[in-house]
Design a protein around this ligand. Structure first.
Ligand SMILES: [Zn+2]
Length: 283
């Protein structure tokens, strides 16, 4: 039966070129061939790699530390196939050695029409990922406390699995979510539409979205505020409408965070718990 089906598929593929492209197939790519240290560049992702004076981010000759390589490969290996394909479509995954003041732990960058070929896409992971104790709960807790500084001791209290590999995958998906949202190269998941939770989606801000920037209005919930208290923070998580407080900021972060949770669950994430002082734990 199976052999016959394969023959039939092959016949369809040979019969018309157009349909041949629709025959599902597993693309095989190695993330190792995409992985490199970022060479010194007068610009960074946060200043658009020079804008009109674009200097393309390039791999350096410095080999990637084997521990970094092993962790990124492990993150790739646990990812679902659609996200593997999305990573494979990138031109490069960089380890960014720039210590930089406030440099992001992860970044996504796509060339503008006036930059280079106008088509290349990159994702970067800061080398700081390996220079500190780092797992999913520490990454997510850092984001939570930066976005809700008035709620002391709010944190992600547990996750399973909770390791550096899950945290790396989390950063990769979030940043690739930004690239996909802006370039239209949507990852084929039916997990988000702009109209679900947002009153309107105004013109998007400049290419680099500063961490913590909120720029659209909610339909049902109060809008995000840096001064939110524990009750407001609890409501965001208890409503069931948001993947995280980060997703509460803008439609773009909402897309990145919803995609992230969806991919992490497919990669084996079984639990992720938020603890807000004075309230019961939330999964
Ligand atoms: Zn983001």
């Amino acid at each position: 039966m199976r052999a016959n089906a394969l023959v039939a598929l092959a016949a369809i593929a040979m019969a018309t070129g157009a349909e041949a492209a629709d025959v599902p197939r597993v693309r095989i790519c190695s993330i190792e061939t995409k992985l490199a240290m970022l060479a010194p560049n007068p610009y960074t992702a946060s200043n658009n790699f020079g804008g009109n004076n674009y200097v393309e981010p390039q791999p350096s000759k410095t080999p990637v530390n084997p521990v970094y390589r092993q962790d990124v490969v492990a993150a790739f290996n646990i990812a679902p196939q659609d996200f593997k394909d999305a990573l494979c479509a990138l031109n490069q995954v960089f380890i960014d050695p720039n210590p930089g003041d406030g440099a992001p732990l992860g970044w996504g960058f796509w060339e503008g029409r006036n930059q280079g070929t106008g088509r290349k896409r990159f994702v970067g992971l800061s080398e700081r990922v390996w220079q500190q104790p780092f797992n999913l709960t520490s990454l997510e807790s850092g984001i939570l406390t930066a976005l809700a500084p008035r709620v002391r001791n709010a944190r992600y209290s547990s996750a399973f699995p909770d390791d550096r590999v899950m945290a790396i995958l989390s950063l990769l998906v979030h940043e690739l979510g930004h690239v996909a949202y802006r370039t239209g190269a949507r990852i084929p998941r039916e997990c988000f539409t702009d109209t679900d939770s947002w009153r309107s989606v105004p013109q998007r801000p400049a290419r680099f979205v500063r961490f913590g920037l909120a720029w659209a209005k909610h339909k049902l919930d109060p809008d995000y505020s840096q001064t939110m208290d524990a009750a407001a923070l609890y409501q965001v998580h208890a409503s069931g409408r948001w993947a995280s407080l980060f997703s509460f900021l803008s439609p773009e972060e909402d897309f990145a965070e919803t995609l992230k949770i969806s991919v992490l669950v497919d990669a084996g994430l079984r639990s992720l718990q938020v603890e807000i002082p004075g309230y019961q734990g939330l999964d």
